[in-house]
Ligand binder design. Structure first.
Ligand code: ADP
Ligand code: MG
Length: 727
């Protein structure tokens, strides 16, 4: 491709970045490495943050900023640069920054000569970071920096403007693309658009005006060079809306599609379900359980696939509801699959389900990763032939080798991390039978509304908001090392009166050997010394399935009184006789994790106790030093003060942010760059409304006016979107 001729208009998204004025081959290589391939991509390379005159500190105020936890920015000129050789052949670098109010030091503990040469004495620069006291002086350690231009930027700052700051890499800086380089490049492109055709805004006028969105061109310009905060906010809102809109549209289209495709139409509950209710369940369903059952049965009868989320706090009795739905499928000649997040939980569910189902003559099979090949092959063929009616297992169930004879229902247990993308994959895999199966996702993790709208926005929701009667409130206590002897005495008393206890050690990552060693050593000490004469068991993730199952079975039968464990028992485990949950190093656990652990007790008629063990310093706020410790302390206090799963989840989300709440990328958190699921509640609601309205009016996006929306959607969600192309 040659340089575009000036008299033909070329679409920006078709101009390779190397032909943008000021780029050239060397820079284009570095740009491509960060995913910027076209001129349009360059315009979509948004600032990482902004320098705003109103947010810039004077050096004379640095002292006061030492106490702040936020980052602050100082703008000034470099007065001196010094490289000093320190111990072990390292270089320390000191830069002294001066503004009209004073001077301050910036320190790098390990700087190479090359790095030092990035700075020049006398240059105008912005340093950002947390102010720390170093050798009794306020100082910035390893701050972020941005070179500023004497003309332009400085003038900008003085007029109260906002300067965009871009992320760069070493490779980009080598070709002059630091923040300043990007500013020049993008500014140049924007003021030189005459030769190029700017892409048409994907949003039709109505969406723009109803939601008061900036037009694409303006928004692009303003996100790079806003005049003030207000303009910046307005343009940011447009892009946040965009992100959320496409995600919601994806959900809306999916929802429509499912609602209109044929599903297994089941009949009213018949003899089997009735017998089960009368003869097999040892209790009466709660009012809340009956209500959600009613909703589920209505879906199953509708002739379209059910797609429902069943929310209910730990211990609210979701399993039995799933079981009834399974029975209904089987009664109508369909198979059912029950998926659990861990092998232990799958095994436990398998035990529960087959206990209930085999008296009714229903064949249940277990399918987990660690199984022997022979038994697995057998299970496969039983599923394919239809001999097996109910399959319980882990993700192994959706492996390619599994072929169902006539799959009617999939239950997914305890997987708040089972996001949109995973569910799409599941439905695709499950599409081996003639019609799309019903799907019921169950979770004990209450999901704040803004999140559920995004992550579960395509599902109907049922809530069990009532606990079975007779449950006693769990007592929760926070204890330090000094209470350890009393704790052990208490556990002995509980066991002597017939109850059982869990003692959990942190081992968040099952491959961390040192943690595992600590748990194992504690186990030996507890078994041989502290609880001599009692039966103490150990369970952890590195054991084989058989070992894990044996020990769980023994605990369930009270052949083990005290179970020492890592977090493998975190979700779903159901042993109603266990009344004590001790969490060691509780400060190392997340809120939702603690909530799940506490949910392992209080499941029977006896009073239960959750004891969080931690270092004494967490009991005395005065002794807390770092901000991590402060966060841990807040977690522990929130947890001890409430048993409301919903409150706990909201705090969790606040403390950790949605990314971590849902685990990492592949865990189902939607890919959002700008929008914040907690703060941008209003934008979420608007985007959802607009997207659902569009999907209603034009379900296949065939309208000429929606062509660009369709294009963007397919581009953004390429992988999960085969079906859109097919339609
Ligand atoms: P979760 O919602 O946490 O998955 P489970 O389904 O494991 O809860 O149920 C917790 C315990 O409560 C189980 O032992 C179950 O048998 C029991 N249970 C469920 N429903 C009721 C009810 N209506 N009355 C009494 N006990 C119940
Ligand atoms: Mg459960």
């Amino acid at each position: 491709m040659g340089t575009p001729l000036p008299n033909t208009k070329h679409l920006l998204s078709e101009i390779e970045v190397q032909y943008v004025k000021g780029v050239g081959p060397r820079r284009s290589e570095a740009l491509r490495a960060i995913g910027v391939a076209t001129a349009m991509d360059l315009l979509y390379y948004f600032p990482r943050r902004y320098l705003d005159r109103t947010r810039i500190y004077k050096i004379r105020d640095a002292e006061a900023a030492v106490l702040m936890t936020d980052e602050v920015t100082f703008v000034g000129r470099i007065k001196s640069i010094r490289l000093v050789r320190s111990g072990r052949g390292r270089n320390m670098m000191f830069i002294r920054l001066a503004d009209e109010s004073g001077t301050m030091r910036c320190v790098w503990f390990n700087a190479v000569q090359y790095f030092a040469s990035a700075f020049k004495e006398g240059e105008l620069i912005a340093f950002s970071g947390k102010v720390t006291a170093y050798q009794d002086q306020p100082c910035l350690i390893h701050p972020d920096y941005d070179h500023l231009e004497d003309e332009g930027d400085e003038a900008f700052l003085h007029t109260g403007g906002i300067i965009p700051v871009y992320s760069t890499t070493e490779a980009l800086r080598r070709v002059g693309l630091d923040s300043r380089g990007f500013r020049r490049l993008i500014k140049g492109l924007l003021s030189n658009l005459g030769h190029y055709e700017f892409p048409q805004d994907p949003f039709p006028r109505e969406i723009l005006s109803v939601n008061s969105l900036m037009r694409l061109y303006d928004a692009i310009e303003k996100i790079h060079f806003p005049k003030d905060e207000k303009e910046l906010g307005h343009s940011l809102r447009r892009f946040k809306f965009e992100e959320l809109f496409y995600l919601q549209l994806l959900l809306a289209i999916r929802r429509n599609l499912i609602r209109h495709s044929p599903g297994p139409a089941l009949n009213e509950p018949g003899a089997l379900v009735e017998r089960f209710g009368k003869e097999v369940i040892p209790f009466k369903l709660t009012e809340a359980q009956r209500k959600v059952l009613h909703e589920i049965v209505a879906d199953l009868k509708s002739g379209h696939p059910m797609y429902r989320l069943l929310q209910g706090d730990v211990g609210s009795g979701k399993t039995i509801i799933a079981l009834i739905a399974i029975l209904l499928s089987v009664e109508n000649g369909y198979q059912a699959a029950f998926m659990a997040p861990t092998e232990i939980l799958a095994s436990q569910h398998y035990a529960t389900l087959s206990r209930y189902l085999s008296p009714l003559g229903i064949v249940t099979s277990l399918l987990i990763g660690g199984q022997k090949k022979k038994s697995r092959t057998e299970v496969y063929s039983d599923i394919e032939s239809g001999r097996t009616s109910v399959v319980v297992g882990t993700h192994a169930i959706i492996q390619e080798k599994v072929k169902f004879n006539k799959l009617g229902l999939i239950v997914v247990d305890e997987q708040h991390r089972f996001g949109v993308m995973q569910r799409m994959a599941l439905q695709e895999k499950a599409g081996v039978s003639h019609v799309e199966p019903h799907i019921l996702v169950m979770t004990a993790t209450p999901i704040p509304r803004t999140l559920s709208l995004t992550v579960y926005g395509d599902l109907d929701v049922s809530v069990i908001d009532e606990m079975p009667v007779g449950r006693k409130k769990i007592r929760t206590a926070l204890r330090g090392e000094s209470s350890r002897d009393r704790l052990y005495k208490f556990i002995r008393e509980q066991v002597l009166s017939g109850r059982q206890a869990f003692i959990v050690y942190p081992l968040v990552n099952e491959t961390e050997k040192s943690d595992l060693k600590a748990a194992t050593q504690s186990f030996i000490r507890l078994r041989d010394e502290v609880f001599r004469g009692f039966k103490v068991g150990l369970i952890h993730g590195q054991m084989t399935d058989t070992e894990k199952n044996d020990i769980m079975l023994a605990f369930k039968k009270n052949a083990v009184n005290i179970l020492v464990s890592t977090t493998v028992i975190e979700v779903g485990i159901d042993v109603p006789n266990a009344t004590v949950m001790v969490v060691e190093h509780a400060d190392r656990f997340g809120l939702s994790q603690l909530h799940q652990l506490r949910g392992r007790i209080g499941r029977g008629v006896h009073q239960s106790y959750c004891i969080l063990m931690t270092e004494d310093k967490f009991l005395d706020e005065e002794k807390i030093q770092t901000s991590d410790e402060a966060t841990a302390n807040r977690r522990l206090r929130i947890f001890a003060s409430t048993s409301d799963g919903f409150k706990i989840a909201e705090h969790d989300l606040m403390l950790r942010g949605p990314g971590e709440f849902f685990g990492t990328k592949q865990s189902g958190a939607p890919p959002l760059r700008l929008a914040n699921l907690i703060k941008d509640r209003d934008v979420i609601t608007q985007a959802r409304h607009a997207a659902f309205k569009l999907a209603e009016a034009d379900p296949h996006l065939r309208d000429k006016e929606h062509e660009r929306i369709r294009e963007v959607l397919m581009r953004n969600y390429k992988d999960s979107f085969e079906f859109l192309k097919a339609n």
